[in-house]
Design a protein around this ligand. Sequence first.
Ligand code: FES
Ligand code: FES
Length: 158
Amino acid sequence: MDEKIGFKLNGQSVSVTSDGARMFLGVLRYDLGIKGVKYGCGEGFCGACTVLVDDKAVRSCRTPLKDVKGRNVVTIEGLARGEELHPIQKAFMKRDALQCGYCTPGMILNAYSLLRRDQNPTKAKIIDEMSGNLCRCGTYARIVEAIQDAAREMRGEK
Ligand code: FES
Ligand code: FES
C-alpha cells in the first residue's frame, strides 16, 4: 500500500508517495532522477548502488524505502560543497582511480563511510572495507591510493 515517506536527500527535504517495500535504488533513480546511484547486481553484491544514510554506507538495492523515513540520505550528487569537490572525489581524480566510472559513486561513498569511522585506516583495512565494492575495470590499486591520499588530506596532513 502506498504511503507518504519523507526524508532528507542531499540536504533537501523530499517526500515520495509509494509502496514502502520498494527498494530505495529504484525510487532514487526513477522517481527522483538521481542517476549517480547505479544499478549493478541488484542483489547486494557489487556496491554500485551505495548511498549514505546518516553517514553510513548502505546498499540501496537492498534497502526498502520505508527504512529511510526521516533519515539523512546523501548520494554522490550531494557530496561536494558547491563547486568544491570532497577530498575523496579530488583524490580519485588526481589518482585517476576510475575508467568507465560506473563503480565510482559507490566506491567514493563507501570510502566516505570508512573515513568517518577511521581517520587513519591501514592499507589492509582499506582493502578489507572496500572489498565488497566491485570494479569491472580493475582500478583497485589506484582506488586504495586515492583513499590513502584523501585520508591524509582530511587529517590536515597536506
Ligand atoms: S546494485 Fe546494489 S549491491 Fe549491486
Ligand atoms: S571504473 Fe569501471 S567499473 Fe570501476
